[in-house]
Design a protein around this ligand. Structure first.
Ligand code: ASP
Ligand code: MG
Length: 401
């Protein structure tokens, strides 16, 4: 008998019909002789609607109260799903985060799971119950409700799978797996049978929004076998695991991220300590920097550019304007009209020429590259926003992924 954790996203439980569809998936898994822990998100756009409600009352509401509010979305889902399973005749119990023993740190709005107190879970599973656990939420050491950040139900599912040593953690969603590129951008993108944790982590952080980043990190750390699959069609999805065959595939996928702003500080002194002052000021404001480029010094000055998420633009510009005088810079420039396009694949570690192939595809499409960054299994370029779709298509084509 296996223990299977199944997570269902908001669109999979959006209405009564979909809830019964999910109940049948869970029921069939149970009937096949497995123990099942299901984790669910809030229905449809519930979380967004709740945020809008809070905005009406108090846009400056404390994060503690936001967590009390937002966690109700998942509580609705677990009860409705349990009622559907009851109606189909299955023994089941819904559990909120705290009832399921999900203990987190105390950072409201973006908590991390610390530990899972398994007693209640194991007890109920032992009695043959199907468990329906509210995703996205837990409880901190002050007994206050916490949430794990938007999209956090994936992480709830992986945390439960790790704690219970589940044989499998299935993430059901409205797409049927992880694709070589966003099918809305590239019509001939295709579904991957498998992806390694490292590749998935890169893809997740590069704007391929299939899985919550932290869920992949946690799955890798605790060696939880993940599968991303559709709740609407019953067919195999994409397996995410440690080792996958590299085969002839040089790269696993092409990703695009439009949530990018480039800031450039032009004409700062070409002396030690300048980069340190810029990036320590950003770090102190907890602003995450992605690509960094420094020009060759000429006539005693140099330029430094970096990219950040658009949400930090105003904060970062304020910091740079303040530094401008201190650093004697000529100018601070900001550019929102950019996009980051990346290729990801473990295969590039052992195959030379991958970067050049990507750059060739861009050159042939007459697309100019502003910045380049690389890691062992990823190459990213910053290009103009209005060329990003063409770029993804051209690169996807060049690699025949
Ligand atoms: N309901 C929460 C959200 O929309 C958590 C989740 O869906 O995973 O962010
Ligand atoms: Mg959601």
């Amino acid at each position: 008998m296996a223990l299977i954790v199944q997570k269902f996203g908001g669109s999979s439980v959006a209405d009564a019909e979909r809830i019964f569809n999910v109940a049948r998936i869970i029921g069939d898994t149970y009937d096949a002789g497995n123990s099942v822990v299901a984790v669910v998100s809030a229905q449809g756009d519930t979380t967004d609607d709740l945020i809008a409600k809070a905005q009406e009352i108090n846009p400056g509401a404390s994060k503690r109260e936001m967590d009390v509010l937002l966690s109700t979305g998942e509580q609705i889902s677990i009860s409705l799903l349990a009622m559907a399973l009851e109606k189909l005749g299955y023994p089941c119990k819904s559990l909120t985060g705290w009832q399921a023993g999900v203990l987190t740190d105390s950072t409201h709005g973006s908590s991390r799971v610390r530990r899972i107190n398994k007693e209640r879970l194991e007890n109920e599973l032992g009695k043959g119950n199907i468990l329906i656990v509210a995703g996205f939420q837990g409880i901190n050491r002050y007994d206050d409700i916490t949430t794990l950040g938007r999209g956090g139900s994936d992480t709830s599912a992986v945390a439960l799978a790790a704690a219970l040593h589940a044989d499998n953690c299935q993430i059901f969603t409205d797409v049927d797996g992880v694709y070589t590129a966003d099918p809305r951008l590239v019509p001939n993108a295709h579904k991957l049978e498998e992806v390694s944790y490292d590749e998935m982590l890169e893809l997740a952080s590069l704007g391929a929004q299939v899985l919550h980043n932290r869920s992949v990190e946690m799955a890798q750390k605790y060696n939880v076998k993940l599968e991303v699959l559709s709740s609407l069609e019953r067919k195999p999805g994409t397996q995410i695991k440690e080792v996958v065959q590299v085969e002839k595939m040089l790269i696993r996928g092409v990703a695009r991220d439009n949530d990018v702003t480039r800031i450039s500080i032009i004409g700062v002194a070409d002396t030690p300590g300048v980069a340190f002052r810029i990036f320590s000021a950003l770090a102190a404001a907890k602003i995450n920097v992605d690509i960094i480029l420094q020009s060759v010094g000429r006539d005693g000055t140099k330029d430094i550019s970096f990219t950040i998420s658009r949400s930090y633009k105003h904060e970062a510009m304020e910091i740079m304007e303040n530094l401008k005088t201190a650093l004697n810079a000529h100018e601070v420039a900001v550019d929102d009209n950019v996009s980051k396009v990346s290729i990801v694949g473990s295969g590039m570690q052992t195959n030379p020429g991958v970067a050049s192939k990507m750059f060739e595809a861009l050159a042939d499409a007459n697309i100019n590259i502003h910045m380049i960054s690389t890691s062992e299994i990823k190459i990213s370029v910053l290009i103009d926003l209005d060329e990003s779709q063409r770029a993804v298509v051209a690169i996807h084509e060049a690699f025949e992924v």
